[in-house]
Design a protein around this ligand. Structure first.
Ligand SMILES: Cc1ncc(COP(=O)(O)O)c(C=O)c1O
Length: 336
């Protein structure tokens, strides 16, 4: 494996904690399994999250290629965009963020942080305009004398996914120290870089757990195909002799709700539950929906009380501050 040989610019404080969530277990009830939280919301870069790990390799590559500006895209509340802007600052690069306003573009949460970090932010109305601008931005920047390094949505290319192969190695040691062999690893899955890396890592390090993504968008068949493709390219990059097919990718789309970026009642309830049991903050777009998915499986008896599960907390907390109204209006209200 060539993981250690990849160019890497340090951005994270690792390992992130792997914590038992005993208050959450008590709230779930007597049939709860042992629940662990892998705290990738604490990766250490600008409010943390999974993208910090990916960006270490992507920024390493950008610097090696002589880039002057990182360019990426996403929704206005993109965690990936916020962390790209932060990574650029640390690496002495500029950041250009192309964000679409489909789910709102209030200057709050991540978008506020993008501005604080001094990134150049271009807001476009929708997906088509975003794709069109991404297609021409390289030429525009080169004409202005810059050397752009373009990071696709979510940093989900083999170099980014490789970071989650490394995370499996990190967590393997933590589980060994705890004497735990969890049944499943749950997490929010979107542009597939995280899931592809986890799938490759779980195979390479003989993980005891099934890698179980909880989708935050559709269509799930296309996402599974993308995950398998990315996993195969990541394995190839790292010299790992393994291959993956879409049929073997576990991605649960029952908790997406109305679509990407639209909060669900069960996701908002999961946010409140984690805050009130573990003082851990999830978010409405990703980790809240993923936690709702894990809790639904536990309540359906899919994990036995004598087993363990891990929830990989991929971050996203800053977007909470752009969803205050949804949280206030949902369930028992924010003050209950
Ligand atoms: C908080 C959070 N969780 C999970 C994900 C999903 O990661 P991936 O895009 O690698 O599937 C993202 C992606 O933006 C995210 O911001």
């Amino acid at each position: 494996m060539h993981l250690a040989c990849l160019p890497r610019f340090p951005l994270t404080t690792l390992p992130t904690p792997l914590q038992r969530a005993r208050n959450l277990e008590a709230a779930v009830g007597p049939d709860a399994p042992r629940i662990y939280l892998k705290r990738d919301d604490l990766t250490g870069l600008a409010f943390g999250g999974n993208k910090a790990r990916k960006l270490e390799y992507l920024v390493g590559d950008a610097l090696a290629s002589g880039a002057t500006v990182l360019v990426t895209e996403g929704a206005a509340q993109s965690n990936h965009a916020r962390m790209t802007a932060a990574a650029a600052r640390l690496a002495g690069l500029k950041a250009l963020l192309i964000l679409d306003a489909r789910h709102g573009a209030e200057i709050a949460g991540n978008l506020l942080l993008d501005h604080l970090l001094g990134a150049e932010v271009r807001i476009v109305p929708g997906a088509a305009e975003r794709a069109a601008l991404m297609a021409r931005i390289g030429d525009e920047l080169r004409a202005a004398g810059e050397r752009p390094y373009v990071i696709p949505t979510g940093g989900s290319v083999p170099l980014g996914a490789a970071a989650y192969v490394a995370m499996v190695a990190e967590m393997t040691l933590q589980l060994l120290a705890l004497g735990e062999a969890p049944r499943r690893l749950y997490f929010a899955s979107s542009s597939q870089g995280t899931q592809a890396g986890l799938v490759v890592g779980a195979s390479a390090f003989s993980a005891p757990y099934g890698v179980r993504g909880v989708a935050v968008e559709r269509p799930v068949d296309a996402l599974k195909a993308e995950c398998a493709r990315l996993a195969n390219e990541t394995a190839q990059l790292l010299g790992i002799d393994a291959s993956f097919t879409a049929g073997k990718i576990a991605l649960d789309d029952r908790h997406v709700g109305a679509g990407y970026g639209v909060p669900t009642e069960e996701g908002l309830a999961a946010i409140r539950l984690l805050a009130r049991t573990e003082a851990v903050f999830l978010d409405p777009v990703y980790s809240g929906k993923a936690m709702a998915g894990m809790l639904a499986d536990i309540r359906a008896g899919e994990i036995a009380p004598d087993e363990a599960v891990v929830f990989l907390h991929t971050g996203g907390g800053p977007s909470l501050f752009a969803f205050g109204t949804d949280l206030l209006e949902s369930g028992d209200g924010i003050d209950a």
